[in-house]
Design a protein around this ligand. Structure first.
Ligand SMILES: Nc1ncnc2c1ncn2[C@@H]1O[C@H](COP(=O)(O)OP(=O)(O)O)[C@@H](O)[C@H]1O
Ligand SMILES: [Mg+2]
Length: 283
């Protein structure tokens, strides 16, 4: 049954198609006037299949966040194409962008920085709905409480401010805010980093539930292949600004094609065995 569903999904066109995407930044050396160029994205080609969880992995500085920001239309690429639901969005007109933006939502790693600490949970979740003028008044409050419950937060906490929530609860809050606009694509950029193992597992379970409930396509970004590799349908590996490999999780884990992917997998296994060796009572 699961294999049948996977075959059906694979037959559908990609939700996102990125072609030859490039983005260059000019940086300045610390304590110097010297400038140098960083090619954050170099001719990136990648596809994100619909209704799947794709993990985007790679070491720090490999260009993951830059790619995510381009997909979420928060950053403009220098060249290349981004196709979303069959439309080219990297050069879309401003009015078209307004209708597209709600469909692609992003959750950032540092949720405490992204969520206004002076706002209550309800205000944080309601803000995008108010900006988009989707609902107001009693309906807005009702929708906010529904979203809180959906991400596993009690609606009794609606009037508490963001700083009263733990790290994991703030991630749930950020996810509820992102879900408010009923996106098609949810991008989570290092959202699990900095959380303890139990909380990471809880957030991954939550993702699995909301993905099904909302027919969401997820792009889960992490430098940690061991973490996201377990839950992903597909894995895309980034290295020095390019996607070096994208395939099903099984294919990447069992027959990685690129030497760098093999290095990432070896590091994953080393960490796992070191962790087992450190546990009391382990052989
Ligand atoms: N706004 C920016 N200005 C200058 N350089 C940037 C900017 N954003 C990213 N970079 C550079 O682009 C490269 C890729 O960064 P990033 O996309 O954040 O990688 P990752 O998310 O994989 O850690 C890095 O060398 C980073 O310093
Ligand atoms: Mg990043």
């Amino acid at each position: 049954m699961a294999a049948e569903q996977a075959t059906k999904r694979a037959a559908r066109p990609a939700l996102v198609r990125v072609h030859a995407l490039s983005k260059r930044y000019v940086q300045r050396r610390i304590f110097s006037r010297d400038k140098f160029v960083v090619d954050a994205l170099k001719n990136v080609d990648v596809e994100i299949p619909p209704d799947c969880l794709t993990a985007l992995v790679g070491e720090s500085g490999s260009g993951k966040s830059t790619l995510a920001s381009c997909l979420a239309m928060l950053e403009t690429p220098d060249s290349g194409e981004i196709w979303f639901e069959g439309r080219e969005i990297s050069r879309a007109a401003a009015c078209e962008l307004e209708s597209l933006r709600p469909k692609i939502q992003m959750v950032f790693q540092d949720s405490s920085g992204a969520l206004n600490p002076r706002f209550s949970a309800a205000q944080i979740i309601a803000e995008p709905l108010e900006i988009q003028r989707r609902v107001s008044g009693r309906k807005l409050r009702q929708r906010t409480c529904e979203l809180m419950e959906e991400v596993g937060l009690s609606a009794d906490w609606a009037d508490r401010s963001a700083h009263e929530f733990s790290g994991g609860q703030r991630q749930r809050l950020a996810i509820a805010r992102a879900l408010a606009l009923r996106p098609t694509l949810l991008i989570l950029d290092e959202s699990l980093s900095g959380l303890d193992l139990v909380t990471q597992a809880q957030i991954l379970n939550l993702l699995a539930e909301i993905r099904i409930a909302h027919s969401l396509t997820c792009l889960l970004i992490s430098h940690d292949l061991s973490l996201v590799g377990q839950v992903a349908d597909h894995i895309a590996v980034m290295h020095k600004g390019t996607i070096i490999e994208r395939d099903t999780r099984q294919q990447v884990f069992e027959s990685p094609r690129h030497a760098h992917t093999r290095e990432l997998l070896a590091a994953t296994r080393t960490i796992a065995s070191a962790f087992r060796a450190e546990r009391p009572g382990s052989e």
